[in-house]
Design a protein around this ligand. Structure first.
Ligand SMILES: Cc1ncc(C[n+]2csc(CCOP(=O)(O)OP(=O)(O)O)c2C)c(N)n1
Ligand SMILES: [Mg+2]
Length: 293
């Protein structure tokens, strides 16, 4: 179990590093947003998923998709606009769908959809739940508050995961957000847990009781994760202070934090297996045929 957490986070990290390394080669369509630094959130939160639970993600979706079980090759192929991609190469980096996983790049747009999906599961009595990942930037979207209201009023089985990396594109949260994040959920009567950690174990533990509440009819739950984005917003657009970032990379790296519970040889073996796996997925996607346009 423990090595598996590390492996999952390492797969996301290496995938995203490859995306950033390769972007300038012109192989990818559109834009991209990498999840480097936030890996523990997706892996920790989604470790409690059951078959049939529905996951909604945003523009920064690769980590959520990979933690959900999505295929690295198909995601590379999607970024390359190839027919073998997750959605046939027409969604690109931000708009993917596979099994019960959905992502959309329009901030906040998934909140009413996810709430509706959770209500549908409740109406069917399926016992499944919905999980939605939102960034702090989505707190500026009014539709989120309409969704929280209905989710609370009709007791939808949905977990709102707010990944607060304190920045939206290049706007720091101090210039963008009044008041308190957790209080927003609480004001709708939605129980909220809050954590400032990059330790996947702590995140898994914090999420566990929330899923229990969801699955036992406790209505919507919220998890506010204060986190750190190590990379640029997109590809090269980082305006943050480099010394501050270097300090955060040293203190808040989910992989280094977790590596403490593995022995060095085990970590190295996982790192090299993951590097090989990601390189093979990339090469396979690159070799796939293009769309005939
Ligand atoms: C409705 C809407 N407005 C603006 C954008 C452009 N945009 C894309 S990502 C982004 C910032 C998102 O910040 P946040 O929600 O904090 O997520 P993060 O990028 O930090 O993970 C913006 C403004 C958008 N995608 N959708
Ligand atoms: Mg943000």
């Amino acid at each position: 179990m423990s090595a598996d957490f590390y492996r999952q986070m390492a797969r996301i990290r290496r995938f995203e590093e490859t995306v950033l390394e390769q972007f300038s080669s012109g192989l990818f369509y559109g834009t991209t947003h990498t999840y480097i630094g936030q890996e523990a959130n997706a892996v920790g939160v989604l470790s409690h998923l059951a078959d049939g639970d529905i996951v909604f993600s945003n523009h920064r979706c690769h980590g959520h998709f990979i933690a959900y079980g999505g295929d690295l090759w198909a995601l590379f192929a999607e970024l390359m606009g190839k027919p073998t991609g997750v959605v046939g190469g027409i969604g690109g980096s931000q708009h993917i769908h596979w099994r019960d996983f959905y992502s959309n790049g329009v901030l906040g747009s998934t909140a009413p959809v996810a709430t509706g999906a959770a209500l549908a599961e409740k109406a069917k009595g399926s016992g499944q739940v919905a999980v939605i990942f939102l960034g702090d930037g989505a707190l500026g979207e009014g539709v989120l508050y309409e969704s929280l209201n209905i989710a609370a009023l009709w007791q939808a089985p949905i977990l709102f995961v707010l990944e607060d990396n304190r920045i939206a594109q290049t706007t720091p949260i101090e210039l963008n957000l009044a008041g308190d994040i957790a209080a927003r959920f609480a004001s709708f009567g939605i129980p909220v847990a809050e954590l400032d950690s990059s330790d996947v174990t702590a995140i898994t533990d914090a999420a566990a009781p929330l899923y229990e509440q969801l699955r036992s009819g406790g209505g919507p739950q919220a998890l506010v994760l204060h986190t750190v984005r190590f990379g640029p917003h997109s590809k090269g657009d980082d305006t943050r202070n480099e010394a501050m970032l270097a300090r955060l990379r040293a203190e808040r790296d989910p992989l280094s934090i977790y590596a403490g519970s593995l022995d060095a040889a085990e970590r190295e073996a996982i790192d090299s297996a993951v590097a090989e796996e990601v390189a093979a997925a990339f090469a396979r996607a690159q070799a796939d045929p293009e769309h005939q346009r």
